[in-house]
Structure formats: C-alpha cells, structure tokens
Design a protein around this ligand. Sequence first.
Ligand code: PDD
Length: 288
Amino acid sequence: MNDALCYLNGEFLPLSEARIPVLDRGFIFGDGIYEVVPVYGRRLFRFDEHIARMGRSLAKLRIANPATREQWLERCRTLVHAQASEDQLLYIQISRGVAPRDHVMPQGLVPTVFMLATTMKPPSAEQRHQGVACVTARDFRWERGDIKSTSLLGNVLARQISADHGCVETILFRDGMLTEASSSNVWVVHEGALLGPPKSEHVLEGIRVELLRELCEDCGIAYNLRPVSEADVRTADEVMLSSATKEVLPVTKIDGEPVGHGALRGKPGPVYGRLYEAYQQAKARMSI
Ligand code: PDD
C-alpha cells in the first residue's frame, strides 16, 4: 500500500507513522463511529448529509462532535487533494478516546479522530451489466443497526457468508422481514415501484435512502418505505443494493436463483437502469 497522507488527532501524517494507544476504546470496545463519503473528481458527494449522519451517530453514543462542519470540510479537502486518484472513498472514524478499561463511559475524554482517503474501487463494468449474486442469512447482528458504529463484527460475519459463496453481499432477514445487507441497503421493485424497509433501529439510514427518494421523484418512479417480507424479496421483479461504493447495483441472483420474471429473469431491470443514469447525473449536481 502506498503511504497515503492521513489525519490523526489534529495532525496530517503518512499512514505508516500513525499510531494510537492500545487503550483506545475504539480498539478495546469498538466504542466509536465512522463515515464513508464517496468522492468524485475530488469533490465530496453528499458531504452535508454524511456529516449530519455522523453527528447523529455521535449523539447516540454521547460523544460530543469534536469539530465544526467547516473544520470537517477543510480536513476532508486536504486529504482528498493529497490523494493521487480523482475518485476516492473518504473514511472518518471517531472513537470515544483513551481510558483504563471499564464498560462505563468515562467523562471528559478527548475523542480519537482518524481520517483517510483511498482510491475508490467501483463495481466492475461486468457487475453493472450482468448484476451480482447475493446470499441470504438471518440478521443475527445487534439491535442498533441505526448507529454507524465501528463495532462491525456482526457485519463482518454476515459479509463472510457471501464471500465464502463467491457472492457480493449477504441479504439479511429479521423475523421474516428484510432489514439490509452486511454493508448495503437493499431495495426491491414490485409493479414498477421501488420498495425498501422503513426507518428503524435494525437498519442503517444509508445516505442513498434519501437520495434514491429524490431520484425516484425526478424519474417518476413510485418510492415507498414499508415492511418488505422475505417473500417480497424472492418474488421481486428487481432487487438492488445501494451504498457509498456500490451507488445502486443490480442483484440478479439470490441463493442461486435468478431474480425477476420473463425475459428479464436473471438480468438487471429497467428501474435499476433509470436510477443508475439518474445517479450519474446527481454526482455532477450535488458534490461540493
Ligand atoms: N457501508 N447498511 C450498512 C450496514 C452499511 O454498512 C452501509 C454502508 C449502508 C449504506 O449506507 P450509505 O448509503 O450511507 O453508504 C447500509 C459503508 C459504505 C461501509 O461500511 O464501508
């Protein structure tokens, strides 16, 4: 790995020189939060939405936001401009800080802030053209999926199930209802409408949840957040994933079965096609 510039606790330094104390609560407890902001042409996509969600995650952990929006923006821009590639992923992590090990939240700690911009690895042309395969699993993670926490063991275990099957994602069901995937939101299409699960403590409110609502409105596609059953997923006309890295990505096989019906069975569908195009236009419009 090339020795990229990173940010740690007020300093910009080469990644190979960045160090944190082993008693950092991020290391000991996974007691922290993170954000992943996509960057196109060195411009931050939906920056304000990401920073607002970061603030909500921090508030849920009772960690005071250690910087203003302007300070976050300035740091992000410094990292993005130091990176060789135009399209990047900007990672921000904030942990509660360093303290003797005790489950109770210590007061008055200085949060540890780490930031790194890496080259974006978008889905391949083949994945966009053919769609991707996913598997399903019971959602065995904890009940606070709404917090973008660095405690990601449940997500890591879930993702590995699909990796072991040579698949791109693990779609999760809790009590027979769709929640999300290990690191993406999941969408289904029925009768031309884009459907996703409602906001809850079981699902991360992806930045693309609101973005897709806007894009659907622009495209005249009905959009509805409502409980989505496992049967809704398995009988859908189309299924797709969304995330900072995947943007929108068509799922054409689930547990080895092709998705969809008729001539489009096992192929990316028209709603995906329109949303993908609209997403590309939004990238130019909405970056700062
Ligand atoms: N993952 N759900 C989970 C569990 C996620 O980890 C993510 C994002 C999403 C989609 O959120 P957004 O649209 O804001 O990227 C949903 C990031 C990219 C990651 O962990 O790398």
